[in-house]
Design a protein around this ligand. Structure first.
Ligand code: SF4
Length: 219
């Protein structure tokens, strides 16, 4: 059955790249909406929730480290931290590494809220879990490449990803786990790549470029 207009969608469809971008935009709106709703329910702004979640995951951190990690400007971080300190959800202490900086640590109540905020994207994990294993692998490969491209444009913080890490050795062996992490000295497959690794150490720009080219030869 070809219907009355067999070529209609050939002639009237946007390129798949444009429809993927529209789809990602819709997903982004859903995530923003969920974050706002859940943050408001906890009496926080979305940024305050993100700060507490980051301090629970990787803290204590300075304001500058939070700014780099979350991709949020330092003045916005400073405003949110001031409120978190006033609410007794975060404390400041001297940073032994940098005499002029303060280290931010969540209080017991702040850590509990941060742990809750870390689970805010779970509704998205539930939706992704409905994809087949092949669809998840293809989606993950696309996500890694897209984030890498957005990082190079300065639109996403350059932290946490194997493909920008000084310890990452791409495509060093044949088989299903072709990559290597020199930090833990262990092989990893393309679907095991980390995108939020606490041990990540940013490689210098020329090394990042060389690693990406090596990764893309097979990735
Ligand atoms: S330290 Fe983490 S980010 Fe770096 S290569 Fe190992 S797993 Fe990947």
């Amino acid at each position: 059955m070809t219907g009355k207009l067999p070529a209609y969608f050939d002639e009237n469809s946007e390129p798949i790249s444009a429809r993927i971008a529209t789809g990602l935009h819709k997903i982004g709106l859903a995530m923003k909406q969920q974050s706002w709703q859940q943050a408001n329910g906890a009496g926080l702004s979305a940024t305050q929730g993100q700060i507490l979640a980051a301090l629970v995951a990787d803290g204590p951190l300075t304001g500058k480290e939070l700014s780099e990690r979350l991709g949020v400007t330092l003045p916005t971080i400073s405003d949110s931290v001031r409120v978190l300190v006033e609410k007794a959800l975060v404390t400041r202490s001297a940073d032994p590494r940098h005499p002029r900086a303060s280290l931010l640590t969540p209080t017991t109540e702040g850590a509990a809220l941060g742990a809750r905020a870390r689970s805010w994207p779970e509704f998205m994990a539930d939706a992704v879990a409905d994809l087949s294993p092949e669809e998840q692998r293809a989606f993950f490969a696309g996500i890694v490449k897209m984030i890498r491209m957005l990082q190079e444009q300065g639109l996403v913080p350059i932290t946490g990803m194997c493909v920008t890490c000084t310890h990452f050795r791409p495509n060093v062996r044949p088989g299903t786990s072709p990559h290597h992490c020199a930090f833990v000295d262990a092989p990893l497959s393309s679907e095991q790549l980390r995108i939020d690794c606490p041990e990540h150490e940013l490689a210098a720009e020329p090394a990042r470029r060389a690693v990406w080219e090596q990764f893309m030869r097979r990735g």
